[in-house]
Ligand binder design. Structure first.
Ligand code: SAH
Length: 242
């Protein structure tokens, strides 16, 4: 009897993977994943059987992982957290009687937040701007309601060649509900070698080469920048005496 681990590998560098993730990868015979993510953990899996597929091969990849897990210990790899725009949901939707365990990890918004300061200190939400499986009308509605609700907003999949304008359109929706000096930051390749970031405001936001390796975080009505660090206050009264 085999087992399938759905393994979150964190943002990139191996040092941001959990000990549990490392442990299950080490004990797996077969590793399944998107070619680019397999490269991120290359050193760990030299002696394993590897099954990798390209960008849109998710269903094929999950079916293969489930099938192989009947007789082998298998890890299917997701970056960040497998339960956030990762492979965990699809695996559970396709699963019949296979033994599956999900290993959590550090998602892109947490990684980016640690670089920017502490922007996610209060209520926050993730919205993906990818319209491959969600109509753009619904995406815009969610952006609008998140802005109305004063959530800190992390935009995943913010910009691709096929939809160059969605990001600025969504920033403009948010501007209808937030002041122009609200911090809005881009982090590209968070906690990877090629990391780059910049903190703008909603008024000065420009695209900074935002792409599919980037995440955008927009503050709430109380967020501010101090000494170059993006902070959303939790609400402590730090001026109180005694
Ligand atoms: N499961 C992943 C998200 C996959 S969706 C997670 O939990 O992080 C892919 C999107 O995640 C990318 O388009 C980008 O917006 C974001 N992302 C993933 N890793 C990132 C990183 N290291 N730096 C910046 N953004 C990242």
């Amino acid at each position: 009897m085999g087992k399938l681990y759905v393994v979150s590998i964190g943002p990139g560098g191996l040092e941001y993977m959990t000990i549990k993730a490392l442990d299950v990868i080490k004990k797996s015979d077969v590793i399944v994943g998107y070619t680019k993510y397999i490269e991120l953990i290359g050193d760990l899996i030299k002696d394993k059987i590897v099954f990798s597929t390209g960008m849109h091969g998710e269903i094929e990849r999950c079916k293969k992982a489930l099938e192989l897990s009947k007789d082998n210990t298998v890890s299917i790899i997701s970056t960040g957290d497998a339960g956030i725009y990762g492979m965990a949901g699809l695996i559970l939707e396709l699963k019949k009687d296979e033994d599956v365990e999900i290993i959590p990890g550090v998602t892109a918004s947490s990684s980016a937040a640690s670089i920017l300061g502490a922007p996610l200190m209060h209520d926050n939400c993730n919205i993906s701007l990818s319209d491959l499986m969600t109509p753009y009308e619904i995406i815009k509605k969610r952006v609008e309601f998140a802005a109305k609700g004063d959530f800190v907003i992390s935009l995943y999949n913010p910009r691709s060649k096929g939809r160059p304008n969605y990001l600025m359109e969504c920033i403009n929706i948010i501007k209808n509900y937030r002041k122009g000096d609200t911090p809005a930051a881009v982090v590209k390749n968070a906690l990877r070698n090629e990391q780059k970031y910049k903190i703008f405001t909603l008024d000065t936001f420009d695209d900074f080469g935002v792409d599919m390796l980037s995440i955008v975080i927009i503050g709430n009505s109380l967020s501010f920048v101090k000494n170059g660090e993006f902070i959303t206050p939790r609400g402590y009264n730090i001026n109180r005496k005694g």
